[in-house]
Write a protein that binds this ligand. Structure first.
Ligand code: GLA
Length: 389
């Protein structure tokens, strides 16, 4: 550490580091989770997304070692210190959360960055499995730390592809580039408008409080895993749709083409395609409206996005639908599930004056349905990955 007083928020990770490994780390880095405002399952179709980095982050304290050993500890759970051989990393040798840092070291090596051995403690504030991209937050924090410590200079676009590789090829989840892009390229007060074809980013001012609004997250506690079949089968359906329609990616189809597409595709594939095509258009429209009228005018687009995911893409679940419907009836101006689906979280755009009412209504509705109590919390756009200590 190069400072005497720990930077705010780093005390816990520093304390855990010194208890586990003795002394101080070379530094502390953090990377945020994300919510996606709109644009779901469009990233791997080379389309548009509009997520923002949230004010909950994964923090890692890291110290380089003189040998090729990697020692990993998380402040969460009971796994204890896991020791791995830097030169023999495999999916099988990494267990539990350690698959994420191990995947990043593997992807860095594939990219030609030789990371030395190191000791690392993780302290994450992003609830695990909540659909807020807890795994990408870990990967992005680790990638940011290790590239700096290895003296490598990688552009954010390269880090995005590298962490995607870790996730796709090492962890085994066939995800796109949205989550890493939000975590690495997010900025306070802004949503990240990303064109997933060329990775160009425009930061769009998203100041909900100035419009009297709060983004409320409802974590349904229904666990999801993108390494499971649902996500992969949606991705395959999109690839099939693009192939039959003769385009490089569904990004190249517009809603004017849908009538013709319906005649060429089976019903399920057609509905998957329709979701992606209309969702891309909703992202573009949302960006236009944010620029011209501000957040208070995007509610209907959030609602339409949820309906499309529920009915056409079929990635919602009863808990997410209940969260969305209840939030809307209790005063939210728009609501939708966020992230990959099959569980995880919904977001509701709520007039700040109605926040208490929405929280109570959603909690009561879950209890009445016999569902596990959800977690509700407000989020706002935060800065992306960086060194904090
Ligand atoms: C997950 C993936 C992203 C994206 C979303 C759906 O969060 O990690 O790449 O595909 O699902 O929009």
């Amino acid at each position: 550490m190069n400072t005497q007083t720990p930077a705010p928020g780093t005390e816990k990770v520093l304390g855990a580091f010194s208890s586990a490994f003795g002394g101080a780390p070379d530094g502390v880095w953090q990377a945020p989770g994300r919510v996606n405002l709109i644009g779901e399952h469009t990233d791997y179709n080379e389309g548009f997304v509009l997520p923002f980095a949230i004010d909950l982050a994964a923090r890692v304290a890291v110290r380089v070692r003189p040998d090729r050993t990697v020692r990993l500890l998380s402040t969460y759970g009971r796994q204890g210190v896991v020791e791995l051989d830097r030169d023999a990393l495999s999916r099988e040798s990494a267990t539990g959360w350690t698959v994420y840092p191990a995947g990043v070291v593997w992807a860095l090596a594939e990219h030609g960055v030789d990371v030395p051995g190191f000791d690392l403690v993780l302290d994450s504030g992003v609830p695990l499995g909540s659909g807020l991209s807890s795994s990408h937050a870990i990967e992005c924090a680790v990638a940011t730390a290790l590239t700096e410590l290895a003296g490598a200079e990688l552009a954010p676009e390269e880090l995005v592809l590298l962490t995607q590789r870790a996730e796709n090829e090492f962890v085994g989840a066939p995800t796109g580039i949205m989550d890493q892009s939000a975590s690495l390229r997010g900025a306070a007060g802004h949503a990240v408008f990303l064109d997933c074809r060329d990775q160009s980013v425009e930061l769009i001012p998203f100041d909900a409080p100035a419009a009297g609004l709060t983004v409320l997250v409802v974590d349904t506690k229904v666990s999801h895993s993108h390494a499971d079949g649902g996500y992969a089968s949606r991705r395959s359906a999109c690839e099939l749709g693009a192939e039959v329609l003769g385009v490089a990616a569904l990004r190249d189809v517009s809603s004017a083409d849908l009538a013709e597409a319906q005649g060429l595709l089976d019903d399920v594939t057609f509905r998957r395609v329709r979701h992606v095509v209309t969702e891309d258009e909703r992202v573009l429209r949302t960006v236009e409206i944010l620029r011209s009228e501000g957040p208070a005018a995007i509610g209907a687009l959030l609602d339409a996005s949820h309906a499309s995911m529920r009915d056409d893409f079929e990635i919602s679940c009863p808990e997410l639908d209940l969260a969305v419907e209840t939030a809307r009836s209790a005063g939210a101006i728009g609501a939708r599930m966020t992230g990959g689906g099959f569980g995880g979280s919904a977001i509701a755009l709520v007039p700040t004056t109605a926040e208490g009412r929405v929280r109570e209504a959603v909690t009561a509705a879950f209890a009445a349905a016999g569902y596990r109590a959800p977690d509700l919390f407000a989020v706002s756009p935060a800065d992306g990955a960086r060194r904090v200590g």
